[in-house]
Structures are given as structure tokens and as C-alpha cells.
Design a protein around this ligand. Structure first.
Ligand code: SIN
Length: 484
């Protein structure tokens, strides 16, 4: 694919332009390790201009009719849907995932626009009589104001649309800082939103080699009223501190360490299928990826046998090749981290029933891997793998399963497989996570509130909850004379 027509400049308040000092940086194809193209590298002056533009446009944008904002999102959904193949190909080139995965992400990403096009016209309020009589309580909701949205490389479109969608719907202006490794999909999306009718000034997209160059001035400016961040817990903690002086609103979608629990009464085929989905979606590079598999000892042998068979049959290769299910990891650094975690587990007595190594050749490939006999002190059970590795351990009863699942600082999602409805609800309620997949390996859905607890962050994206993150509540007290 040529990259003709794919924007590589900064999108500043609706206009394409070079960085203030003309600097650029390279974007690579993780499937070959080769550079794809260069993109403008936003500088301090560009960030300053984007902040001014977002602030200047806020009042006018907030006053646009909700239906108008909804229609823009609806047109953007349509454009994304019409261009799904093209968007998917670009995503595969810069991020590595297979074309089928990229296509699924385009659909998922577009769905946030369709969902929030419908939410834009449902921003509600309340009118109530005060308990003492005489007074009235008027509650209304208003856009929080200009936002800074920071998106990760693993879902280059969807993690953007689930922030941009509700921000547009609520009437907020915004600056987006896309991941340095995958800026092209987001720049392309900016062009598409302009085509869908998004007025100049509402959105700026600033790719940069330095996240802090973009984020720090925004958070230091009290006129920027919200940060939405998807990324590591380590960075999230620092950003929370940075928001303290100006008390900006925050949504923090941080790391995970998802447990996958399979009970002895589970449907084995469904559990293996769910395990492959929960583990291998996005090459395992997802914060909702099942990170560790805890299986009842009576069914562990058969589960491992079938999971090994399923994992070893997945075709690995460049994401654009036919039939490929597993693409490269995003970078040499990410691949080396997976190598390190697996070596650590093997050195402590774990065994690989398939995979267990990086693959030779160009690009950053790692073989789909199943590990058994993983001891509790193995790092892979505690750290987010972000790769195609499934470590399996066993448990004897429900209490032990729950204890193992919750024995982590993270709390994003848990997967529970059982045919017993009572147990599903009982265990689901005991999971210290923001989300639970019951007999499914996929929880992501634009109509549902995505988010975690504990070190996985706070705030929700998607669902009816998603737009609330971009709205402030105002209460007006009304004193009525002559009424009881
Ligand atoms: C993530 O990995 O950050 C989110 C994945 C999803 O929305 O499914």
C-alpha cells in the first residue's frame, strides 16, 4: 500500500501544517522493522497554538445544537464504515495486527461515534420541588471545557474515538496526543472528522516524539479542564499528580492483569475459544488481555491440551498476509520484554507446551505460547505481558480461585467460565475488577462502561456513563414566590 493521501502533518485547529520548526520523526512497520514515512513532530509553539484554539472555540462549540454535534458523529461513523478496508490497512501497517483484527477495530472504533451520536441528544437534567416546598431544584449538565486526550498505540483508532466521540457529543473542544508509534491512523481520522463537518478549532491532533511536550503545558493551563489518558499505570500516576494544581477532571484507563478462571463445570470448547479470544485479540497487546489462566485441577490437563492445539495452529506473519492471525509485536523493546517474562517463568520451573520463543527474521514476532507449571513467584503472573503468552496454573476450589484472581494491584477485568449460573454471579460479584466476562472472552462494547478499579484507574469510557466524564453538573436554586 502506498501512503499517498495519508496526512503526515500536524492537524492544528482544523488546518494541516508542518511543525513550527519543520521537524519530523519516522514511523515504522513493526512487521518489517522498516520506516514507513515521516510525520511532523509537534513543538512547544504548536502546542501553545492548539491550546489557544481549543480555548477560543469552546464557548461557541458548546452552544451548537446537540443534534448538530450528533449528526457530525453519525457522518463520521458512516465514513469510517465506508472506508473500513483502507483504514484497516493503514492500521496494520503502523501497528502490526492482522487485517482481520484491524477491520474489527475499525468497526469497534466507528461504533463509539455512532453510540455517542445518539447520546449527544440525551444529555439530561432534572427539575424537582425542594423538600421544604417553595423552592425548585434545577439540575443541568454542561461540557467540562477543553480537553487533552492521550491515546495509546495498541488500538490506534478505538482508544481515540471513545474519547473524541463523547467529547464532541458533550460539546468539548480537544487536543489529541496520539502515540508516537502509531500517529497515522489518528491523523487520518482527523481528516475524516473534518470531512464529516467538524468545525475548525474543535480538534487538534499533535503527534510528537515527546508526550510531555504536549501534555505538560496543557495540564499546566487552568483553562484545559479535563485529561483522558489510556496507558500505563506508572505514567497514569504521574499525570494524576500533574492534574492536582488545576484540579482537572480525569479519566484514567490504565494497566491490567486479567485473570481467566475456568471451573470444572465449564463448557470446555467455549472456555478454550474464550481463552484464545481473551488472550490473542490484538496479539495479546491489550490491557484487557487475559494475563493468567487459573483452571480447576480436574480439567486443567484437557484445557491445556486444547489450548495448546488452538494456539499452535494460529498463523504468525506480517499482518497484511492472507490467513495471518498473529502479527508482530509493536517494537523490539516490547518483544524483548515478553522474552524476559517467559525466560523468567521457564527458569523457575514452568514448561512451554507450545512456543516459548521469539521468531527469527525481520519484524518483532513472538510465537503464540502456552506455559504450564508456572510457580506463583513467576513475574509473568504479576506483570502485564502484552504479548501472545498464556501462563496456566491450577486451583482446587472457588475460594482459592477468587483469592488468586484478586491477588493483584490491578482491577480492570476478569473472565469467568462456568455453566453454573449461581456460581457465575457469585464469583463475578467477588471479582475486584471494573468488568467481568461471564463465559465470554470479549467485554469490549461501545454501549458498555469500560474501565477499572484499583491500579487499573478510574472513570468509564463508552456506555451511558461515557459522556458523563465530559459533563459538569450545574444546580440552580429557584425561589418561587406564591407557591407552596
Ligand atoms: C485497551 O487495551 O486499552 C482497551 C481494549 C479495548 O477497548 O478492548
Amino acid at each position: 500500500m502506498t501512503l499517498d493521501g495519508v496526512p503526515r502533518q500536524i492537524f492544528l485547529a482544523g488546518q494541516w501544517r508542518d511543525a513550527a520548526d519543520g521537524s519530523r520523526f519516522g514511523v515504522q512497520d513493526p512487521g518489517t522493522g522498516q520506516q514507513l514515512c515521516e510525520v511532523s513532530d509537534a513543538q512547544d509553539a504548536d502546542v501553545g497554538e492548539a491550546i489557544e484554539a481549543a480555548v477560543a472555540k469552546q464557548e461557541e462549540w458548546a452552544a451548537t445544537p446537540p443534534r448538530e454535534r450528533g449528526e457530525i458523529l453519525r457522518r463520521a461513523w458512516q465514513l469510517m464504515t465506508d472506508r473500513a478496508d483502507e483504514l484497516a490497512r493503514l492500521m496494520t501497517l503502523e501497528m502490526g495486527k492482522s487485517l482481520a483484527e484491524s477491520k474489527a477495530e475499525v468497526t469497534y472504533a466507528a461504533e463509539f461515534f455512532r453510540w455517542f451520536s445518539e447520546e449527544a441528544v440525551r444529555i439530561d437534567g432534572r427539575y424537582a420541588r425542594s423538600p421544604a416546598g417553595g423552592g425548585r431544584v434545577l439540575v443541568s449538565k454542561h461540557p467540562v471545557g477543553p480537553c487533552i486526550l492521550v491515546t495509546p498505540w495498541n488500538f490506534p483508532l478505538a482508544m481515540g474515538t471513545r474519547k473524541i466521540g463523547p467529547a464532541i457529543a458533550a460539546g468539548c473542544t480537544m487536543i489529541v496526543k496520539p502515540a508516537q508509534l502509531t500517529p497515522l491512523s489518528m491523523l487520518n481520522l482527523a481528516g475524516l472528522l473534518k470531512e464529516a463537518g467538524l468545525p475548525d478549532g474543535v480538534l487538534s491532533v499533535l503527534p510528537s516524539t515527546s508526550a510531555s511536550r504536549v501534555v505538560n503545558p496543557a495540564l499546566a493551563d487552568p483553562r484545559i479542564r479535563k485529561l483522558s489518558f489510556t496507558g500505563s499505570t506508572e505514567v497514569g500516576r504521574k499525570l494524576v499528580e500533574q492534574c492536582a494544581p488545576n484540579l482537572q477532571r480525569m479519566s484514567m484507563e490504565l494497566g491490567g492483569n486479567a485473570p481467566f478462571l475456568m471451573f470444572e463445570d465449564a463448557d470446555l470448547d467455549a472456555a478454550v475459544k474464550g481463552a484464545v479470544t481473551a488472550k490473542m485479540r490484538n496479539n495479546g497487546e491489550s490491557c484487557v488481555a487475559a494475563n493468567r489462566f487459573h483452571v480447576h485441577s480436574s480439567v486443567a490437563g484437557e484445557f491445556v491440551r486444547q489450548l495448546t492445539e488452538a494456539m499452535s495452529s494460529l498463523k504468525v506473519g506480517h499482518g497484511t498476509e492472507d490467513g495471518v492471525k498473529v502479527g508482530p509485536l509493536i517494537s523490539a523493546e516490547q518483544r524483548d520484554k515478553v522474552v524476559e517474562l517467559v525466560e523468567d517463568a521457564l527458569s523457575r520451573g514452568a514448561h512451554a507446551t507450545t512456543g516459548g520463543k521469539a521468531l527469527d527474521g525481520d519484524g518483532f514476532f513472538y510465537a503464540p505460547t502456552v506455559l504450564t507449571d508456572v510457580p506463583p513467584d513467576a513475574r509473568i503472573l504479576r506483570e502485564e505481558v502484552f504479548g501472545p503468552v498464556a501462563p496456566v496454573t491450577t486451583f482446587e476450589d472457588e475460594d482459592e480461585a477468587v483469592r488468586l484472581a484478586n491477588d493483584t494491584e490491578f482491577g480492570l477485568v476478569a473472565y469467568v467460565f462456568t455453566r453454573d449460573l449461581d456460581r457465575a454471579i457469585r464469583v463475578g460479584e467477588r471479582m475486584a475488577t471494573g468488568m467481568v466476562g461471564l463465559n465470554t472472552g470479549l467485554v469490549s462494547n461501545a454501549s458498555a462502561p469500560f474501565g477499572g478499579v484499583k491500579a487499573s484507574g478510574f472513570g468509564r469510557e463508552g456506555g451511558a456513563e461515557g459522556i458523563e466524564e465530559y459533563l459538569d453538573v450545574k444546580y440552580m436554586a429557584l425561589s418561587l414566590s406564591g407557591t407552596p
